[in-house]
Design a protein around this ligand. Structure first.
Ligand code: IGP
Length: 258
């Protein structure tokens, strides 16, 4: 399965990264930075207004190259100007052609909260996210044990980072809730065969209590799709490819927020 390949690639990369910058050094850098309160961000997502998380993504395993002309900073600035609640930045290099430096550069110039979108499997990556300027990280239930999930969530919170916990079915949602997730994303794309269906969001919405934000992820192609998800009562929609390909990104987000 694709998730296994991603975890393997990430493990390999971490070995090299830890040699270049040992955990103790990275930790020192992270702990010298100011700590924000992640609750503010969670509350923003729980407001009655629909939130949009706009994604900066060059390529993906399901679609190949998405953006020929990948001016990630200009794209992030457009997302900000349009009123995106947060910006998701793919940092996974092998399958998504991402880079943590993209996030770092965007963080220096764009005040919108940034989500480090990656396959977090080690505390090292959480410190990296903090140092690069992220305000949120992604934890994918399918690739973590309960112990890891709980420890990483707490570590992120202690650094002032909010956490989006991605779940695919009822069992994974229950695991996310058990460790105290305050923001849960359901992926509309099946990672086994890459098919997309909003049925997942529809079916699973009711499992998430009112004080936990529900994010519908993936597969949105039109503003009408966003309106459909809004009717299901989602708090936020995470949109990648459709925005990356939209000639008028600002117009797309503005219409979606109307
Ligand atoms: O491009 P889309 O179909 O709008 O999808 C965005 C986002 O949901 C997708 O990139 C994503 C969802 N979960 C992930 C986990 C890792 C990497 C990427 C993802």
């Amino acid at each position: 399965m694709i998730l296994d390949d991603l975890v393997t690639a990430t493990k390999k990369r971490l070995v090299v990264e830890k040699q270049q910058l040992p955990l103790i050094e990275l930790k020192k850098q992270a702990e010298s930075l100011p700590v924000m309160n992640p609750n503010q961000l969670y509350q923003r997502f729980l407001s009655p207004m629909l939130s949009i998380i706009a994604e900066v993504k060059k390529a993906s395993p399901s679609k190949g190259l998405i953006a020929e002309d990948f001016d990630y900073l200009a794209i992030a600035k457009e997302y900000e100007a349009a009123g995106a609640t947060a910006i998701s930045v793919l940092t996974e290099p092998d399958y998504f052609l991402g880079n943590i430096d993209y996030l770092k550069t965007i963080a220096e110039e764009v005040p919108t909260p940034l989500l480090r979108k990656d396959f977090t499997i080690d505390p090292y990556m959480i410190y990296q996210a903090k140092v690069a300027g992220a305000r949120m990280i992604l934890l994918i239930v399918a690739i973590l044990s309960d112990e890891e999930l709980s420890a990483y969530l707490q570590l992120a919170h202690s650094l002032g980072l909010a956490v989006l916990v991605e779940a695919h079915d009822e069992e994974e949602i229950n695991r996310a809730l058990k460790v105290g997730a305050q923001m849960i994303g359901v992926n509309n794309r099946n990672l086994k065969d890459f098919t997309v269906s909003f049925e997942n969001s529809k079916k699973l919405r009711h499992l998430i209590p009112e004080d936990v934000a529900f994010v519908a992820e993936s597969g949105v192609s039109t503003v009408a799709d966003i309106q459909e998800l809004k009717k299901l009562g989602v708090n936020a929609v995470l949109v990648g490819e459709a925005l990356m390909k939209a000639p008028d990104k600002k117009g797309f987000i503005k219409k979606a927020l109307e």
